[in-house]
Ligand binder design. Structure first.
Ligand code: ATP
Ligand code: 3PG
Length: 396
């Protein structure tokens, strides 16, 4: 961390400080289901506010294509305010007058959250004109969003190039913990990758299989691999156009001596609904009109055996649709097993990701893991050994 300027070097008193945070929290029917990402950014916000800085929070939410009220950060501002214990103002846009008017009204120690940066195409394009619009609002830039640092976006990368940039406390803590825990991990290392963001994560598995001894695949990611091997997956969530990539990863894993552990059975239902009638089928007998929503009991046994063989487990992505019972069972069983091995001193367990953290909290074991990161995709890219644009831009 010595390579970065941190809040220790920032003179924030009376300054407008643009603070990039990750408030991409799991949400169901407008309700935040896990507040870990909010809690993790509080130290940075408090420190800047206590030192007399004017805190202007920048964040994305979801993956909107243009302005979409369903992906507004407004409800998140209320939640940040509750967790912070002080009022957090909200601006209806992150640039222009809608942003500059509330920014100009800030007093030392105040906190303001700007609307979803992804409502503007310039954010993901890292468009210099959009970067300038954002930069106009602040004197300094602090990046506390390690979990979005794998994106070279305007608010995660571009701003650090035009304003004096500093790492926030969570950014510092994440990098320190991951470096300490995983720079030279105890072998065997088993990676568990599940979840739904198949297209944005599948490519990095190609590299990951050369770094770990076994790769357990679950969730929507596993469905994509099962389809690639020529088996039917019914109406399951998958990205079938990535079959060739999946096959390439399987071959690369074979060359690298990395075992690939795919589900051998799946819990299926006709609909994605809590309590939906469900049945477990062998992976070669998934009915055409059903979807796989969790790994089955035989798969769980294999996953637990893989965890038993591991000295280090790194995990991103739930193994099933854990938000709706009973499709949480695979994720809960694997999480509790890894937690127990960790408590017994037999395992170093590191997990990351917005929904992954929510799943560990749901299983009641987040505190038993060696380290829980807020980052999912960024965590996997860091593991791969890739440099993260948001981190690189902060190097002094
Ligand atoms: N078989 C499945 N069918 C449908 N959805 C699934 C299945 N398995 C997992 N999921 C969904 O995957 C989602 C989480 O995936 P995601 O890749 O976003 O993980 P994450 O931990 O949030 O990582 P990141 O922080 O990168 O977003 C959950 O909402 C879960 O319901
Ligand atoms: O949830 C995450 O992993 C981060 O907030 C990044 O989100 P993204 O994958 O939509 O860029």
């Amino acid at each position: 961390m010595t390579a970065f300027r941190t809040l220790d070097q920032a003179d924030v008193k009376g300054k407008c400080v643009l603070v990039r945070v990750d408030l991409n929290v799991p949400m169901e029917n407008g309700r935040i289901t896990d507040a870990t990402r909010i809690e993790r950014v509080l130290p940075t916000i408090r420190e800047i506010a206590d030192k007399g800085g004017r805190v202007i929070l920048l964040a994305h939410f979801g993956r909107p294509k243009g302005r979409d009220p369903k992906e507004s950060l407004k409800p998140v501002a209320e939640a940040v305010s509750q967790h912070l214990g002080k009022s957090v103002a909200f601006a209806d846009d992150c640039i222009g007058e809608a942003a500059s008017t509330p920014v100009n009204a800030l007093k030392d120690g105040d906190v303001l959250l700007l609307e979803n940066t992804r409502f503007h195409a310039g954010e993901e394009k890292n468009d210099p004109a959009f970067v300038q619009e954002l930069a106009k609002l602040g004197d300094l830039y602090v990046n506390d969003a390690f979990s979005a640092a794998h994106r070279a976006h305007a608010s995660t990368e571009g701003l650090a190039r035009v304003l004096p940039g500093y790492a926030g406390r969570t950014m510092q803590a994440e990098l320190d913990a991951l470096t300490k825990g995983l720079e030279a991990p105890k072998r065997p290392v088993v990676a568990i990758v599940g979840g739904a963001k198949v297209s944005t994560k599948i490519d990095l598995l190609e590299n990951l299989v050369t770094k770990v001894d076994a790769l357990v695949i679950g969730g929507g990611m596993a469905n994509t691999f099962v389809h690639a091997t020529g088996l039917g997956i019914g109406k399951s969530l998958a990205e079938k156009d990535l079959a060739a990539t999946a096959m390439r990863i399987i071959e690369k894993a074979r060359d690298a001596n990395c075992a690939i552990i795919l589900p051998v059975d799946g819990v299926c239902a006709y609909e994605f609904k809590a309590g939906a009638q469900n049945h477990t089928y062998g992976i070669d007998a998934i009915p055409e009109d059903q979807m796989i929503l969790d790994v089955g009991s035989q798969s769980i046994e294999r996953i637990q055996a893989a965890i038993n063989d591991a000295a280090t487990v790194v995990w991103n992505g739930p193994l099933g649709a854990f938000e709706i019972a009973p499709f949480d069972q695979g994720t809960v069983a694997a999480a509790r097993h890894a937690a127990q091995r960790t408590k017994d001193g037999k395992l170093v367990s590191v997990a990351g990701g917005g929904d992954t953290v929510a799943a560990l909290n749901h299983a009641g074991v987040a505190d038993s893991f060696t380290y829980v990161s807020t980052a999912g995709g960024a965590f996997l890219e860091w593991l791969e050994g890739k440099s993260l644009p948001g981190v690189e831009a902060l190097r002094a």
